[in-house]
Design a protein around this ligand. Structure first.
Ligand code: URA
Length: 194
């Protein structure tokens, strides 16, 4: 079965998920989107208002900023895959609770197992913490980390500040853009280690 078909099947299951309380307050589940064959999987925190309305990840102001940065490194949304730690919008855009992130974790693991990205780019602290729980984003951003995650095996991670946090913070914004620009070189290093 193709990766695309496997993701479609998985999305159907996610749409029917009621494993945590978020499904009762959100409008719809936002499974993620992009290429099933993507080399890079971006993982955000959770859907916001706009994402909840449209059923697509990163389509609000943070999404516009993400698109701008993708353009700088000559990537399109169709070239990558974008998912979130939680697939349902937390009310009032609050942070996902640990039990919500835990309930949604098997879905994210399934997405990773199907896509098998060369690189996972975490967007923001909550996304980073799922994989690198003892690290500080202020120290980790912009560095490639290779870590074995029991359920998925050896994986490359690259941590970025969240586009929403960086949007209106001049210095964080600049740092995020500079880190983002390094993604092609990071991928090259993974694909052709010297
Ligand atoms: N912020 C996120 O973390 N994810 C989205 O999908 C949108 C905004």
């Amino acid at each position: 079965m193709s990766k695309q078909t496997l993701l479609e099947k998985l999305n159907k299951k996610m749409l029917a998920c009621k494993k945590c309380a978020l499904r009762a307050t959100c409008q719809q589940v936002v499974p993620g989107e992009g290429s099933a064959n993507a080399k890079i999987l971006f993982i955000g925190e959770g859907p916001g208002k706009k994402e909840d309305e449209l059923g697509r990840p990163f389509v609000g102001s943070a999404g516009k900023f993400l698109d701008e940065m993708l353009e700088i490194i000559k990537l399109k949304r169709e070239d990558i895959y974008i998912a979130n730690v939680v697939k349902c919008r937390p009310p009032e855009n609050r942070d996902p609770l640990p039990q919500e992130a835990t309930a949604c974790w098997p879905w994210l693991l399934e997405q990773i197992k199907i896509i098998q990205p060369k690189l996972i780019v975490t967007l923001g602290r909550h996304s980073m913490e799922r994989f690198l729980p003892n690290e500080k984003i202020s120290q980790m951003h912009g560095t490639l980390v290779i870590k074995t995650i029991p359920e998925i095996g050896k994986q490359n991670f690259y941590t970025l500040y969240h586009p929403a946090a960086a949007l209106y913070n001049g210095s964080m914004r600049e740092t995020l853009i500079q880190d983002f620009k390094k993604i092609p070189k990071v991928l090259e290093k993974i694909e052709k280690p010297s």
